[in-house]
Design a protein around this ligand. Sequence first.
Ligand code: MSP
Length: 494
Amino acid sequence: MNFYITTPLYYVNDKPHIGHTYTTVAADALARFHRLSGHNVFFLTGTDEHGQKMFEAAIKRNMTPAQLADINSEVFKSIWKDLNISYTRFIRTTEPQHKEVVKKVFAKLLEKGDLYKGEYKGYYCVHCEDFVSPDETDTILCPSCKREVRENVEPTYYLNISKYKTQLEDHILNNGFVKPSFKRNEVLNMLNSMEPGISVTRKNVSWGVDSPTPEGYNIYVWFDALLNYLSGIGYLSDEPLFNKYWPANVQLIGKDIMKFHNIMWPSMLLALGLPLPKTIFAHGWWTLGKTKMSKSKGNVVAPQPLMKEYGVDPFRYFLLREVPFGLDGEYTAENFKKRYNSDLVNDLGNLINRTLNLIDTKTSGIIPDESPYKELVELTEQIYIKYREKMESVTFSEAIEEVWKLVIYLNKFLDNTTPWREECVDKEKILYSTIYGIRNILLLMSPFIPSSVDTLWKMLNLPKTPEEGFGLLDEKLQGGIKTNKREILFMRKK
Ligand code: MSP
């Protein structure tokens, strides 16, 4: 099975904060889960480099927009490398191949009569790169980000979304298109309150893709950027790749950009006669002081210091474990530390350390060759089924909770069976079973904490590699293996 996952393209007017890393870490965990399930995954991410916001940010820094885009797209690439993000392709909207697709799509829709000429009269929010109609704001603040909007009157080309409204409504009602499903009504309301057309050109914005119109306006940055999901897999140029992966299986976004992804984007696809993505999943926001983290508001948490202090995997783990995917979460340093100490140090770290110590002292560092207890095998099977369901429905924290049932079970199992006591006669079977359980925990956790899993796997000297996938859960764990020298991965933080 082919599986296509995308993230939004990040604006390169500034550097990433933890809100940006959230969508990409989530997409990475999902991509890794599907690879371990044996799927051919295409994972697309990248940067959104055109538009008024980008142009103004560059001017402020005495640079050209192209220079700023070059610098900041590298910053994104480098943080994805540090975060171990396994994307298939990183696309930049300034790439000629992408721009070509945007122009061709625009020309096609123009020719089809889905774009029409008109005049836009209203407001514009530069931060959201969004047209704000006078009905939506009487305070002159953007309804989404609450920043001041600017008056905007310009001749433009509109995309006729009213033509596809009924089709889109059906898709929203009948499929798992809008996720989480509690967002579905919000999307339907948005659809019903939309104007019949969305403006898709900008007259006075010079930094963008030229439209193939006599007036030569630039193409609106959202029309341009959304098309990356097609150009990134070879639309209009590489048919086999495109046919293999379109329609996308899961497109991850933040809830602030639902209007663009749940209404504008599918309308563009319907106009192009293409199938619609299966799921658009909108996650919540990381807030700080109860407001959405945002660089221009100055309330951001930078990812790098946290990654440095705690490590890359604890950072990834925290993002996906702390808050149910789809809801907002307030960031506090206190919660980060608590989550780290309780889950990674006390529960998982402790389980692995005590087991390895027991193996050293009781079985001379060798994993005994035994068979696991039936109860543990049955529990693992149940957990795996639930874990799969949770991962397939993109509910990460719940999937991790399932794995944690096994972590907690094994710690209790050791407490109850006391293999450290001389009188304990089943040491071999107990220790073998614990390692069997740990191997399965590592497999299930590898989408979330991949490099820790690799290190622990090597430390235990387990046969095969975690990359061999969930099939390993059914294989007998080979015993009689000498464990390797160990290190403590998760050190308690005061
Ligand atoms: N460039 C557009 C997307 C175009 S996709 C064709 C954009 N870029 S963004 O850089 O502003 O945001 C990218 C992603 O980061 C969005 O999914 C957004 O929701 C997410 N986040 C930005 N701040 C966030 C938080 N404070 N919390 C969680 N995610 C947030 O929108």
